[in-house]
Design a protein. Structure first.
Length: 186
């Protein structure tokens, strides 16, 4: 396990040092959920066009439950493992630009898990309606990379968040499908 964590720190250092002050403002913008609002509204619009207002409302409820569940499980895991964020690691202090300081724990990334879970859920719904739905996976990739760039997560935090998000998004999609088949289509 120590060897894995060492490799994780080395990969973090490599990725982090690829950044430069010239791009800091861009990645600070990317990491804030509010700036993704136009994308979210656009996706909700596409959903509404294909399945209607009533079904959109059901999807929004499932998404709210999905994000709440993912967030709470992420916090449970973070408090269980209590891994410090890279920006709080004394060993990494010499390379850090201190763009954002958080006192919460690092493992695993809530941004990665919730963005991947919601994307899996949405792509599963939209893939039969739109040919290029897979492009939505750029959202969790860019969103989560911002967390490494800003020194808030290690790559392993992101990877674990993605895995958890894939599992959670898939489960919630299956629950949504079961709900729709049982209560809405009959």
């Amino acid at each position: 396990m120590e060897e894995l964590l060492k490799l994780d720190r080395e990969l973090f250092s490599y990725l982090y040092l690829m950044g430069s002050e010239d791009y800091d403002a861009f990645w600070l913008l990317i990491t804030k959920q509010v700036y993704w609002t136009p994308l979210i509204i656009g996706v909700l619009y596409l959903i509404q066009r294909k399945i209607g207002w009533k079904n959109l409302g059901i999807i929004v409820v499932f998404l709210a439950l999905l994000i709440t569940f993912t967030d709470q499980m992420t916090n449970l895991v973070k408090h269980t493992f209590q891994r410090l964020r890279p920006s709080n690691e004394v060993e990494l202090g010499s390379i850090m630009r201190n763009l954002i300081k958080r006192n919460s724990y690092s493992f695993f990334s809530g941004h990665a898990s919730s963005s991947m879970a919601s994307t899996i859920f949405i792509v599963s719904i939209l893939r039969k309606h739109y040919k290029h739905t897979y492009l939505l996976f750029l959202f969790p990739l860019i969103f989560a990379y911002s967390r490494i760039y800003l020194g808030l997560h290690y790559p392993l935090d992101i990877l674990a968040g993605y895995v958890f998000g894939i599992i959670t998004g898939t489960i919630f999609y299956k629950l949504y499908t079961m709900f729709m088949n049982k209560y809405i289509k009959n």
